[in-house]
Write a protein that binds this ligand. Structure first.
Ligand code: FMN
Length: 240
């Protein structure tokens, strides 16, 4: 079994997204899966040109020469493929959106109708990986995920992770003991999710609930974040 996560944060290996992906893949690896995290920011992924050549003149093949064919192969050879992103302006990052736009060669051009009245393009290949989605937001609260959740309701995801207060995942020396414990439990729940994907083909409700357990109160998070930025601004001013 192979599980691949495509991380769409511009912060790549230092991202909070990575701090969510890492334990999940660790759990999957422990359960026997091959795992890989792709940091999209490190790859050459040009914008889709909307030329539709991949549907007409060169079926299934994009005319752009960059890293996408390699990444699409990696996607297709995975049993599970995850997409991870920070919330940017209530949506996913442009890096991840750009990446997913380039999936057009995997679809055929003809329009089909679903029973529920929505429309789709059939896949060009027989086997697609099962997919999961991970988002983290810098704000507290849940509304930051509304648009992404609406988008995901049109996809058939095996797991959706929406982690608010993403800033607490940053490496910090002064995190208090209680919060450290909660973050530890969050990481353990993510590991379990990875294990369960491999061992039972789905993630239990219990694990999903543990992943989404609140880690910090809104007020405490706001106070910590505002204090951090005050310090950054003061330091920058003192260095001028
Ligand atoms: C351009 C930009 C837009 C952002 N927009 C939002 C937003 O709409 N809502 C939110 O909660 N956080 C927003 N954030 C904060 C990020 O989601 C937050 O810092 C996240 O933890 C970063 O994750 P990463 O380290 O994986 O990139 C934004 C950050 C940037 C740089």
């Amino acid at each position: 079994m192979k599980i691949t996560v495509f991380n769409g944060s511009p912060r790549g290996r230092k991202s909070n997204s990575h701090k969510i992906v890492e334990p999940l893949l660790e759990g999957a690896k422990e359960a026997g899966s091959q795992t890989e995290e792709i940091f999209l920011v490190e790859h050459d992924i040009k914008h889709c040109r909307g030329c539709f050549s991949c549907w007409g003149k060169t079926p299934g093949i994009c005319v752009i020469k960059d890293d996408m064919p390699k990444l699409l192969n990696l996607f297709l050879e995975s049993d599970y493929a995850g997409m991870a992103t920070p919330v940017y302006g209530l949506l996913m990052t442009a890096i991840l959106k750009n990446f997913t736009d380039r999936f057009l060669p995997l679809a055929t051009p003809h329009i089909r109708k679903n029973k529920d009245g929505s429309f789709y393009h059939e896949g060009r290949v027989k086997r697609f990986p099962r997919q999961f989605f991970i988002a983290n937001s810098g704000f507290p609260g849940e509304y930051n995920f509304d648009l992404l959740q609406a988008l995901m309701s049109h996809q058939n995801m095996v797991l959706e992770i929406y982690r608010n207060c993403g800033g607490i995942l940053e490496d910090q020396d002064d995190t208090d003991e209680e919060l450290q414990k909660k973050i530890g439990a969050f990481r353990e729940a993510l590991k379990n999710a990875g294990r369960e994907m491999v061992t039972r083909g789905s993630v239990s409700r219990e694990t999903v609930a543990q992943i989404h357990a609140p880690l910090i109160s809104d007020e405490e998070y706001m106070a910590g974040a505002n204090q951090y930025w005050d310090q950054q601004i003061d330091q920058a001013e003192s260095e001028q």
